[in-house]
Ligand binder design. Structure first.
Ligand SMILES: [Zn+2]
Length: 231
């Protein structure tokens, strides 16, 4: 996997394999541990990635709506990478904002979020003007978003499945089948079209159907089993 932006992908895959057993049991401490280590996990992934030369990159981890519990399928869950300055006088600085709404995710599952934002960092360093223009140009925005999904597209399937699994299970744990269904609908139907578009569909048709079957039979373990066997 020569194109992988992360050097030690195998390490993440091993981590996921370990989590698969954990996810079948009591997941409460799993979410709590991830939430506690959210900042550390982001910093570590960023640290393992290529650094842009001549630019300063700030990492901000926070919430948009501090007094409201934001669920992973809500509107206020997005993260964003923005230009702070891009001239000699103002400095070459970028701010990457990571939304705490995703803090329940384990480190391997955070790869999709972090690598997407880091790709925006490299888009900025290549052409700050183009990046700036994208916020008032839907077509360009869509192009840049689709481009920022490239490092996600080439991630190993095990990692991509883990993201889906953790998102569904977390929603199921905090809000039952209703919340889990909202999450599945978001990943299967909505995600591609949000904002200017250009995003990947996180959940394919077979996976969505497997979720619906598990829901019909009121057995979340069927869904875990589906993703576990679908390697
Ligand atoms: Zn983006």
């Amino acid at each position: 996997m020569a194109n992988q932006p992360i050097k030690k992908m195998e390490k993440y895959i091993q981590e996921v394999k370990k989590y698969r057993e954990l996810l079948k049991g009591n997941r409460k401490s799993f979410w709590a541990k991830n939430q506690k280590e959210f900042e550390k996990n982001i910093t570590r992934i960023v640290g393992e990635s290529r650094k842009p030369r001549g630019w300063k990159v700030y990492l901000v981890v926070s919430d948009f709506v501090p007094h409201k519990k934001i669920l992973p399928f809500d509107d206020e869950t997005w993260s964003s990478t923005n230009i702070v300055g891009a001239t000699k006088k103002q400095g070459f600085e970028i701010m990457a904002f990571f939304n705490r709404a995703g803090s329940f995710l384990s480190r391997p599952a955070l790869l999709t979020l972090v690598l997407h934002e880091l790709w925006h960092v490299s888009q900025i360093t290549k052409s700050p003007k183009k990046y700036l223009k994208s916020i008032v140009d839907d077509k360009l925005s869509m192009k840049l978003e689709a481009d920022a999904e490239k490092p996600i597209e080439i991630l190993p399937k095990t990692i991509k499945d883990e993201v889906v699994l953790e998102k569904i299970l977390y929603c199921y744990d905090i809000g039952g089948w209703l919340a889990a269904k909202k999450m599945a609908d978001f990943m299967y139907k909505k995600r591609e079209k949000i904002y200017g578009g250009g995003y990947l569909q996180e959940m394919d048709k077979n996976c969505y159907n497997a979720f619906l079957t598990a829901r019909q039979k009121r057995n979340i373990n069927l869904f875990i089993g589906y993703l576990d066997n679908d390697q």
